[in-house]
Design a binder for this molecule. Structure first.
Ligand SMILES: Cc1cc2nc3c(=O)[nH]c(=O)nc-3n(C[C@H](O)[C@H](O)[C@H](O)COP(=O)(O)OP(=O)(O)OC[C@H]3O[C@@H](n4cnc5c(N)ncnc54)[C@H](O)[C@@H]3O)c2cc1C
Length: 624
């Protein structure tokens, strides 16, 4: 079953224009030349390329996969990827939100984030090659010397060269500071790199004639740990003075991983300097590698959340289409009548429950990522210091929630989509199981979710000066609760209020644990805290959206009830959208979010078994 909708475009527009009021940012100098029509056109184009060129190659990426040639150390991506890549780059999506001064289109992050959902829903493996150009170019534009920018940037901006980010080594995954790659300075100011990187996305491919690798390495003699790390640019081919490509640089791909998902993306092992001739240019200053890479990693973490949201959306759109067409059983009200007509499975209460769970979670994910992007736009364009400070706090505290919360939820949502398909969902002939396999890695790469949780708990909340980030989030939630009064039924306001009060208790307890030096108990609750934040934040956003969707439905339906209401829904797309949106927000707050309180209970219980357990406790058998 092939679809022409992988993302609910109406919902994207609702969030951007009705909830966030995106046009408000056109008051800033940076965005003054844009209007809603331009934003709409950009998103329509993104959707068209994503559906026509990306989605059409998604199954091919999964089934055909990559071809690694061990003689040439080259990787070929599926042939079908080339057309989509070309269309993406020619339309300029890789520089959509770059400032015009460096050749970008200067569009708001909110629009590039919304566009990214379309592309990732179409084909995540392919979108990664595209996004890697943006990431590497962004670092070069921010931190490159004039010489480095002149050498690398034009071909990145034109989309002619690809990019990567090279941190991981076999002994340095989560513990990046343990890396062994070395850099030695040469008399001409360049460096020679030696080392082995693993798991490098987009590490080798034939979509572009050259690939630029930002590589973390330690300059000889620099201190151990993260403090001694610098960042370098290694070009697959040496670059001549006139910008043309010279000889091969001394970096080769030694293999690609055979993975559970994202099979169209080359997760490569790269060997630098096997012949002692891997030439590199320093980015920024020596020993600033982690600080610089973090700029890219923060953006990459947010984009991992968007990937997870997009794959969930594609899985949901398939599931809901399948459920409308799959005839099985009769309506529950006719269960005792053997000659009752058979109905589509979407009529069965449990299937509706599964679909509403997916729908409401995905809409929550979308509100979360776009709200974050909107605040990035304010952060980068406002001249009001207070406004920038608040927007920065929002981006900081929401980043680990976007990365970890959405990626964990994507695994569950895509699994639920398989469930909607029944037995066919488990079969490779149908598109749905690929989404679950593709989604798993989002909780692992760009810093595992354990690391995101520690970041949220410690850096973004407890150790943030005066817990400013948290106080801003608190302000937003309180405002939404106030705004909802009189518009939204108290049944949906009260649990959000109560949930936030519970969170306050948790934060107070954690502050006390930190003060008392109970660090083990504290960090043991980092992941549960992050897992609690996600449904709470989604409930707040759903409550906010209800303050808009409820008045809209009242205006559309008036006093219409029962069959009259059904008739309006069947004849009017807007009526169907708004009433469906109200129901999914109510479902999320009423049916999904209450699990939050169980999580809070777990945290407050401070169960210490995991602290007491020593490695030998985990199995008797291994001791023998
Ligand atoms: C498909 C794919 C693409 C990737 N792309 C890239 C890329 O482009 N560039 C790149 O540099 N890397 C990339 N990676 C690597 C990825 O970022 C790492 O796999 C990840 O950081 C985890 O490192 P690890 O695999 O060594 O696991 P480990 O660090 O060994 O972790 C194993 C487990 O232990 C936990 N753990 C480890 N240390 C701690 C700690 N201190 N506290 C709490 N828990 C801890 C982890 O959360 C995890 O659950 C990619 C990986 C994959 C699978």
């Amino acid at each position: 079953m092939s679809l022409n909708k992988l993302v609910d475009s109406r919902d994207v527009r609702f969030i951007l224009f009705e909830m966030l009021g995106l046009e408000k940012i056109n008051r800033f100098e940076m965005f003054k030349d844009f209007d809603k029509a331009m934003y709409d056109d950009t998103l329509n184009l993104a959707e068209k390329i994503a559906v026509d060129q990306f989605y059409s190659s998604n199954a091919d990426g999964d089934k055909t996969g990559l071809q690694f040639n061990p003689k040439t150390n080259e990787v070929k991506v599926p042939e079908s990827f080339h057309k989509g890549f070309k269309a993406y780059v020619e339309a300029g999506f890789h520089t959509l939100s770059f400032p015009p001064e460096i050749g970008g289109m200067g569009m708001p992050s909110s629009i590039s984030m919304a566009a990214a959902e379309y592309f990732n829903a179409g084909n995540t493996s392919l979108t990664m090659y595209c996004g890697a150009i943006t990431g590497a170019a962004y670092l070069i534009a921010l931190f490159g010397s004039e010489e480095v920018k002149k050498m690398y940037l034009p071909k990145m901006i034109s989309g002619e060269w690809g990019g990567t980010m090279c941190l991981t080594e076999s002994g340095a995954g989560t513990d990046v500071g343990a890396l062994k790659s070395k850099a030695v300075k040469q008399s001409d100011g360049t460096y020679l790199i030696t080392g082995q990187k693993i798991f490098i996305s987009n590490g080798e491919h034939d979509l572009t004639p050259n690939i630029i690798h930002p590589v973390l390495a330690r300059i000889e003699g620099d201190p151990e740990g993260t403090k001694g790390i610098s960042i370098f640019l290694v070009s697959k081919f040496l670059i001549n003075k006139d910008g043309s490509l010279g000889e091969r640089n001394d970096v080769i791909c030694t293999g690609v991983e055979h993975k559970m998902g994202l099979k169209g993306n080359a997760t490569s092992s790269l060997s630098f300097g096997d012949n002692g001739k891997c030439v590199a240019h320093l980015l920024g200053n020596e020993r600033e590698g982690m600080k610089i890479m973090f700029r890219l990693m923060n953006a990459a973490r947010i984009h991992t959340g968007v990937q997870a949201e997009a794959v969930s959306s594609a899985a949901y759109m398939h599931a809901v289409t399948y459920a409308r067409n799959r005839i099985q059983g009769s309506h529950i009200t006719q269960m005792l009548n053997p000659s009752a007509p058979k109905v589509a499975i979407i009529e069965h209460p449990d299937v509706k429950r599964m679909l509403l769970y997916m729908k409401s979670t995905i809409e929550g994910m979308r509100m979360l990522t776009l709200f974050l992007a909107y605040n990035e736009d304010i952060m980068h364009s406002s001249s009001n210091t207070e406004e920038v400070k608040e927007a920065t706090a929002i981006v900081e505290i929401l980043t680990p929630i976007v990365k970890a919360g959405i990626s964990d939820a994507a695994w569950l949502v895509t699994a639920e989509a398989i469930q909607v398909y029944g037995g066919y969902g488990y079969c490779q002939e149908y598109p749905i199981e690929q989404y679950a396999r593709d989604a798993k890695v989002f909780s692992i790469y760009e810093g595992t979710n354990a690391i995101q949780s520690l970041d949220l708990q410690m850096r973004k909340i407890l150790m943030n000066p005066e817990m400013y980030n948290y106080s801003i989030l608190k302000k937003l939630i309180t405002q939404a609760i106030e705004k909802a009064k009189g518009v939204v039924d108290d049944k949906y306001i009260a649990p959000v209020k109560r949930g936030f009060e519970k969170l306050e208790e948790v934060i107070n307890m954690m502050q006390a644990q930190m003060k008392d030096g109970k660090y083990m108990a504290l960090v043991l609750n980092a992941t549960p805290l992050q897992q609690a934040f996600f449904p709470l934040v989604l409930s707040w956003l759903h409550l906010w959206s209800l303050t808009i969707t409820i008045p809209k439905t009242k205006a559309i339906f008036g006093d219409a009830k029962g069959e009259d209401r059904q008739k309006i829904i069947s004849e009017n797309n807007e009526a169907a959208y708004y009433s469906g949106r109200v129901l999914s927000s109510q479902f999320f707050i009423g049916s999904e979010y209450p699990k939050y309180f169980g999580k809070i209970e777990c945290i407050m219980g401070n169960e210490s078994a995991a602290i007491k357990a020593v490695p030998d406790n985990f199995t008797g058998a291994l001791k023998e």
